[in-house]
Design a protein around this ligand. Sequence first.
Ligand code: FAD
Ligand code: UDP
Length: 393
Amino acid sequence: MNTKPDLLVVGTGIFGLTIAERVANELGRNVLVIDKRDHIGGNSYSEFDKETGIECHKYGAHLFHTSDEKVWEYVNRFTKFTNYVHKVYTTHESEVFSMPINLGTINQFFHSAMTPDEARAKIIEQAADAPDKPKNLKEQGISLIGKPLFEAFIMNYTAKQWQTPAEELSPEIIKRLPVRYNYDNRYFNNSHEGLPVDGYEQLFKNMIAVGNRGAGSVEVRLGIDYFDDEEIQKLRDVKITTIFTGPIDRFYDYQFGELKWRSLDLKKEIVDVHDFQGCPVMNYADLIPEYTRIHEFKHFHPERANDPDKWPGYAEDYDKTVIVREYSKTWQRGDEPYYPVNTIKDQERLAKYQELAKKDENIIFGGRLGEYAYYDMDKTFASALELFERLHP
Ligand code: FAD
Ligand code: UDP
């Protein structure tokens, strides 16, 4: 792109690439997208491990699931999805239970054979002390599943994961998990679920591939931090809109204080066994071990075992596997901001930053970091598509 772009997008994550694709394809405009990382895709990026050829999600496991028909139609323009259905298990006091909490978990935990109605009655009895309108994660958790199950499967896992007392966390966090009074142990309730057949990076490449740009263009420049590049920052002075998908508090130099984030340490290991744990994700509900879960990536693509010539790392006789132990940590400057903690104080700070942003010309904040929102991938696609429609109805 030799001339000035019509739009600058900071961040090649889902939000940034969706805006870039829409503006280039629908409006025939020229978009410049920068990222400080050396790859596109933001936190949803995955790469193929060099030694084993197994696809590893670099920033933690990413499972695509949605009930939003618009988003499902949109992503299917760029990739086919496998029919993967996510299932999770959890280890508590040396015993493995299925997660999210379902009739199987409940009966195993209470060594019982209750029917759905009996189990429901028992949980209501055990949740009797919970307030009608739960104000925080602890109250919400107890009201959903009663105290004993909350203490076994949620309390310590949440303490490890958020390093913030459950009394200070939003009740919304725990509402993400379904509770079922049948033996259905699907992790998600959505109508569509699956993984990109050729991996996430291919999905992102397809979004901005030549055939998907209409008359417009998308130029991606990697390894550029917005704050270190004065030329790029100056585009705003010449009235070129910037869509900023980095952290909003960083953009305003933390002048009202930092928004609280949770970060992760993801420790990868190649293990010399065909199958390490027998499932894609094993949670650890107790305070020991310190990691919250182990991901074993080959289980995300069981269909690849059917084509060992193309996917040797997934073959039934292949004796290596890649696992990642996930440790949670409080975010400090320099760490990757992964999850917004979103305490009351954070919400007050965010409101101040958003007030500033409203007065600021030629800048729009979007995505998980720009909006400080715990967005799943589908919500990020939806938010970017809504922004595009709002600006160009
Ligand atoms: P990001 O993906 O964070 O992209 C922002 C981009 O901006 C990054 O590439 C960053 O490098 C760049 N950037 C930031 N600042 C600058 C700067 N100053 N200069 C240049 N570039 C900059 N969703 C699901 O649906 N299913 C899941 O299973 C799932 N698992 C997840 C697991 C983890 C550990 C995390 C953290 C998230 C998970 N998500 C999941 C959510 C998913 O990652 C997000 O919805 C999605 O990545 C958000 O896209 P985004 O474009 O808003 O932000
Ligand atoms: N959670 C828990 N025990 C589990 C799984 C989840 O306590 O075994 C709680 C925890 O507080 C977590 C929330 O439920 O933050 C949402 O879980 P989810 O798996 O959706 O979190 P994510 O995949 O976003 O890390």
